[in-house]
Design a protein around this ligand. Structure first.
Ligand SMILES: O=C(O)CCC(=O)C(=O)O
Length: 278
């Protein structure tokens, strides 16, 4: 029995309150502040502004080791292995980004990350019944009320009302704001019906990551590599991670997870060490 997994399966999201050790909050906030400033300064289209920074573990970015130490931290790995019911040696490196306060208020439309709005109800249901092969999380460094979800919508096709609603509808039946305090982590099924609603008034620094599992569809690994990660992931020096947290295992895990991404993304088949539960 897994509490985290059960809750995630039931509601489509699960909160781990105060998951981040308090003494790491300030260091991560400072690192995020720096990369946010760099990203805002480098934004060519200042009329719109930015709401995120990608590729936090890019070796040319300041604080990449701090970010890598948080991506591979025990509070993440323990939760992901519990949720995916696997061992750390099954995990595959994916994405690590930062979500930030935008310069102007805006919102995303209602969506499921991997299933488009045009699919039939049956196709939607079939896709939602696929096994859970990756985990996605938000780790808030400031209180965060940006993510809005319809709990339970990750296991059913949309109702007629949801299908025909305005994509920016402010009041879908059953919707709820996922409220996070600084240090909380939310894992969520990225195919839950959700949207982001962003205020330019509220500071936001929320680390947004995902990890996969070996044996999953290699198209996902290829996709991760093609979305820019492939351009730099070979240059990450994860051996430095042991300096940061004095943990040899962490740097070995990081290097192994990177190898599994590159191997899967290049079309080689890796198999999972335990049978899937679903
Ligand atoms: O900002 C968030 O927490 C949600 C973002 C989102 O909905 C997405 O990237 O698909």
């Amino acid at each position: 029995m897994s509490n985290l997994r059960d809750q995630l399966v039931q509601d489509g999201f699960v909160r781990i309150p105060s998951a981040l050790p308090q003494d790491q909050l300030e260091a991560l906030r400072a690192a995020c502040q720096d990369v946010t400033q760099l990203a805002r300064a480098g934004d060519s289209d200042t009329s719109k502004g930015i709401w995120g920074v990608q590729h936090l573990m890019h070796p040319d970015l300041p604080h990449h080791n701090t970010f890598a130490a948080s991506y591979f931290a025990p509070y993440i790995i323990n939760a992901v292995t519990e949720i995916l019911q696997c061992s750390p040696s099954d995990l595959v490196l994916e994405l690590y980004n930062l979500l930030i306060r935008p310069d102007a208020d805006f919102a995303l439309r209602w969506h499921r990350d991997d299933i488009g709005p045009e699919v039939s109800a049956q196709e939607e249901l079939n896709r939602l019944q696929e096994p859970m092969l990756h985990a996605q999380w938000n780790l808030a460094l400031y209180p965060d009320r940006s993510l809005v979800v319809v709990p339970g919508s990750h296991v059913r096709s949309r109702t007629e009302e949801e299908r025909s609603a305005d994509p920016f509808e402010e009041n879908l039946p059953g919707q709820m704001v996922v409220e996070m305090n600084a240090g909380d982590i939310i894992f969520y099924n990225n195919n839950i019906l959700h949207r982001g609603v962003y205020s330019s008034e509220a500071e936001r620094m929320t680390l947004h990551g995902s990890m996969g599992i070996v044996g999953a569809d290699p198209a996902r690994a290829r996709n991760v590599l093609q979305h820019g990660v492939g351009a730099w992931v070979d240059r990450c020096d994860f051996s430095r991670l042991q300096d940061q947290v004095n943990d040899q295992q962490l740097s070995t895990l990081a290097q192994d997870m990177r190898s599994r991404l590159v191997t899967m993304g290049s079309g080689q088949v890796l198999s999972f060490s335990q049978p899937f539960n679903e």
